[in-house]
Ligand binder design. Structure first.
Ligand SMILES: [Cu+2]
Length: 321
């Protein structure tokens, strides 16, 4: 695959170090993804009471929509990468093998880890070079909605798909657990002339595709729930843009922000919540009205696929009897 050239006359001319931002996402011999769905729970093995997970970073061709494929940097070949789901108090070990053409590291966003496990290259660790392996290990402390993502050239690698949910469940089961519990990771892409770029809020790099769990509407998941069900949605914004997520039909309560539970008396009842880069909001609602209810971003350019509506950040919640 040919290398792209930085746009002449842009700020890149003054700052060649920043030129990586303008390059298409490429890797040698990128193969089509073998999995169709991202963000699914990752299997682990128990070793002396430690939950051991294995991640491999690699580039794949990832279909975000029928006929629209991006070149993605992934964990285990999916966008998002697999969900790591553990319980409060668990000892967790994550072995990361880097099969990307570039160095990388993983940051455990919001998770309270020892400093040496924080994944900041040049500060808490050396970058994991191509072909190398690095092991992260920590105790999962507080329950909540977190994520993991690259912290190496994050402006490119995160936009290229190196992100995934990290959920810590409470040790004491909830008195009133939701019947449906879905994690929705929101991000953006720039595709020009068939090439994939990491979208970012700068001239020439604005996104033209938007994904929930690696898919653009109508390829996004339809969530089917029973009338009367308590539904929890965990929004995680991992792109570079704010997304005011709006739910039709039923109001919701914000039950947790950035992995911290909101006390019941302080829970706002809303129908739209703005999720900024890095933020997580857990919302809950009772599915009181049957029908097909839309959940979508209310920046309406974000509900298009390459400027064609409908698309992007939309999904249907199907409430059935
Ligand atoms: Cu949006």
């Amino acid at each position: 695959m040919a290398e792209g050239t930085p746009t002449p006359g842009s700020m890149m001319m003054d700052n060649p170090e920043a030129a990586h931002m303008m390059q298409p996402i490429t890797a040698p011999n990128v193969q089509p993804a073998t999995e169709a769905e991202g963000g699914l729970p990752l299997e682990y093995r128990l070793e002396d009471g430690v939950k051991v997970f294995e991640l491999t970073t690699k580039a794949v061709q990832w279909e975000i929509l029928d006929g629209v494929t991006v070149t993605a940097f992934t964990y285990n070949g999916t966008v998002p990468g697999p969900m790591i789901r553990v319980t409060e108090g668990d000892q967790v070990r994550i072995i990361v093998k880097n099969e990307l053409p570039d160095p990388t590291t993983i940051h455990w966003h919001g998770v309270e880890v020892p400093n040496a496990m924080d994944g900041v290259p040049g500060v808490t660790q050396d970058p994991i070079e191509p072909g190398e392996t690095f092991t992260y290990e920590f105790t999962a402390k507080r329950a909540g909605t977190f994520m993991y993502h690259s912290h190496y050239k994050g402006d490119v690698q995160v936009g290229a798909g190196l992100y995934a949910p990290f959920i810590i469940d409470p040790k004491e089961p909830l008195a009133n657990p939701p019947a449906v519990d879905k994690t929705l990771m929101i991000s953006e892409w720039r595709i020009t002339d068939g090439r994939t770029y990491a979208a970012m809020p700068m001239s020439g790099m604005e996104p033209n595709y938007f994904t929930i769990n690696g898919k653009s509407f109508p390829a996004t998941e339809t969530i089917t729930v029973k009338k009367g069900d308590l539904v929890r949605l965990r929004f995680i914004a991992i792109g570079q843009f704010i997304h005011p997520m709006h739910l039709h039909g039923v109001p919701f309560k914000i039950v947790a922000t950035d992995g911290h539970p909101v006390p019941e008396a302080a829970q706002l009842t809303k129908d739209t919540v703005s999720v900024a880069p890095g933020e997580r909001y857990d919302i809950e609602f009772v599915a009181t009205e049957t029908g097909q209810w839309m959940l979508h971003c209310h920046i309406l350019h974000h509900t298009t696929n390459d400027n064609v509506e409908p698309g992007g950040l939309m999904l249907m919640i199907n409430i059935v009897d």
